[in-house]
Design a protein around this ligand. Structure first.
Ligand SMILES: [Zn+2]
Length: 146
């Protein structure tokens, strides 16, 4: 679209960019408008895409956290049955980690910290206000029927 036929033409264009002289003719104006339109479109696309990515990332972290909490809950139950623990018994991470995948406590991808809680109570994530909770009405699906 832009033709730089001669060195003189190029010099004039560079001078225009430096503010020494203004570019002449419809070509220079069109290029500026085109540039602004492209920048505007890119800005709009970024404004739409970035919040959507952030939302989907937060939703994935929340769902993963709920699955982790279910795993912790199941491990607590198994520990309580095997070691004959009663309701209200204190549980440490080292007590239930053998019942976990890979023998270790899962980690909240959102940066939350898990609180195992006593036997008979739901484990909690420190980000429970953001839906990282077994009690969240928006949590994924219903717990499996027993
Ligand atoms: Zn969490």
């Amino acid at each position: 679209m832009t033709h730089l036929n001669s060195a003189g033409h190029l010099q004039r264009r560079l001078a225009g960019r430096c503010g020494v002289g203004r570019p002449h003719g419809p070509e220079a104006g069109l290029t500026l408008i085109e540039t602004l339109i492209v920048v505007g479109i890119i800005g709009i696309i970024i404004a739409i895409v970035i919040p959507a990515i952030a939302r989907s990332r937060a939703a994935t972290q929340r769902k993963t956290c709920i699955l982790n909490l279910r795993q912790i809950d199941a491990a607590k139950e198994q520990f309580a049955i095997e070691k004959r623990k009663l309701q209200g018994a204190i549980v440490r991470a080292s007590d239930i980690s053998p019942y976990m995948r890979g023998n270790q406590m899962p980690v909240c991808k959102g940066g939350g910290i898990y609180s195992i809680q006593r036997i008979g109570r739901d484990p909690r994530c420190s980000l429970w206000r953001k839906g990282h909770s077994l009690q969240d009405p928006n949590s994924i699906g219903e717990p499996e029927p027993e």
